[in-house]
Write a protein that binds this ligand. Structure first.
Ligand code: GLN
Length: 444
């Protein structure tokens, strides 16, 4: 733990941590040490973990990197935190992220951007940028993020890490600050697939406190090294948006997979152009509803000059939320409003169904789908954040798994000539998380 504290000090300029939990982490570490001595330590004893600053940890501040929640102290712990602690992991601090997890570069954070350790003129990716860089630079062993539309997998690809988003409903959302509830999932950042699997084992399972938690039993792992059938989504690999080096690295990986005996086939996914619009209509709609609760009365920031209740709501929200969050609340309210609901929200729900059906169909034929994670390597700070639409297009390869609720893993694929990390992605059928981890381990 002291080693990690010194690394956090050394890499302070990367801005990964919003707060280091010196006291609680030290006392946890002491109690774990006792347990190790008397032989009662849990599965994660010795694992020092950072958590994204949108996951509640009892008696600790949690802000979603927003001015709105400065000073807000969590009155309970998220189920995922309770599970980590029950297995004797040590929680070292809360990690920087885009405000309310809305963003793809960690540049919408109240605390400022997180810098990429591979090249500090470049972004960490987002929204879980702090969670990525904390592990990338060795400031903790693993971290939790949340992945609503790629926020674990994209920063993992930008930092050379393994980023795993489980099936929707596998990890509890209880105590996680909501962005878009039908998409949000907690995910993990680790240096190896083995560590991702160890964390999955601890975090997965039914939680009666989360109404969308799945009660399907966990699967026993098929660890045989049999040849698998992998579909490569043609429209993604051939997309004009895809960087040449990433494309070449993925094509090489496909050849390696074939040489290992796996059957790799190109498949068509004709709904590609609809992924980003459908994702943003639905997540903004859900966000506008979820963020209603920040009214200046019950949580966080409160304006103190308002003369009546309406003004209190207006001023508290105007002061508390940043620009990107406001944009999404406005657009989300618009697509849900009478007269536009059918044209946008309901239409997007129907397209989501088509996407889910298409994925279900593909997974009847294939064990896994292989795609890129990001169109480009980590981009420069301030390069894409001027135009929200350009930033949204960064999510073109990641939102598919969230629209479908499928498990997906981002795996490192070396670096380009500029030494910038590159990744690729595997998706599996819903509730095939164990199968996906096992396969990813075999081919790493
Ligand atoms: N970039 C996506 C967005 O801004 C992903 C966010 C996320 O997964 N939390 O919505």
């Amino acid at each position: 733990l002291e080693h990690y504290f010194s690394k956090i000090e050394e890499f302070k300029h990367l801005n990964a941590f919003n707060e280091v939990f010196f006291n609680s982490a030290r006392s946890q570490a002491i109690s774990v040490q006792h347990k190790i001595k008397n032989g009662s330590a849990g599965k994660l004893a010795g694992m020092v973990i950072g958590i994204k600053d949108n996951i509640s940890y009892l008696d600790h501040e949690v802000t979603a990197s927003s001015a709105m929640l400065q000073g807000y102290i969590a009155p309970y712990s998220a189920t995922v935190i309770e599970k980590l602690i029950a297995e004797d992991a040590v929680i070292i601090g809360r990690l920087n992220c885009d405000e309310f997890a809305m963003g793809g570069s960690n540049e919408t954070s109240f605390y400022g951007p997180v810098l990429n350790y591979a090249d500090s003129t470049r972004v960490s990716g987002g929204s879980s940028g702090g969670s990525a860089v904390a592990v990338q630079a060795g400031m903790c062993l693993a971290s939790l993020g949340t992945d609503t539309g790629g926020s674990v997998r994209q920063p993992a690809a930008f930092t050379g890490l393994v980023g795993f988003k489980p099936t929707y409903g596998r990890f509890s959302r209880f105590g996680v600050i909501a962005y878009a509830s039908s998409f949000d999932q907690v995910g993990t950042f680790t240096k190896s697939v083995e560590d991702a699997a160890v964390l999955y084992d601890v975090l997965a399972g039914f939680d009666p406190k989360d109404s969308t938690s799945s009660s399907l039993p966990l699967k026993t792992i098929d660890s045989s090294n049999s040849p698998r059938k992998i579909g490569v989504i043609r429209e993604m690999i051939e997309s004009e948006a895809l960087d040449k080096d990433i494309k070449t690295a993925i094509l090489n990986k496909i050849e390696t997979l074939k040489s290992l005996g796996h059957q790799v086939e190109w498949v068509s996914f004709d709904l590609l152009d609809y992924l980003v619009p459908t994702y943003y209509i639905l997540t903004m709609a859900e966000a506008s509803s979820n963020l209603n609760r920040y009214d200046g009365v019950r949580y966080g920031h409160r304006n103190n000059s308002a003369e009546d209740l309406n003004e209190l709501y207006k001023l508290s929200r105007a002061e508390g939320f940043g620009e990107e969050v406001k944009r999404r609340i406005l657009l989300g309210t618009f697509v849900l409003s009478a007269g536009y609901y059918d044209a946008y929200y309901q239409k997007a729900q129907k397209v989501r169904r088509l996407i889910v059906n298409k994925l279900d169909e593909l997974f009847k034929e294939f064990d896994f789908l292989l795609t890129p994670v990001t169109p480009t390597p980590p981009f420069k700070l301030n390069e894409l954040n001027k135009d929200p639409l350009v930033m949204y297009m960064e999510d073109i390869f990641t939102v598919l798994a969230n629209l479908g609720g499928n498990p997906a893993i981002s795996l490192p694929l070396g670096a380009n000539v500029d030494k910038l990390p590159i990744g690729y992605q595997l998706l599996a059928n819903k509730f095939d998380d164990e199968f996906l981890c096992t396969f990813a381990k075999q081919i790493q």
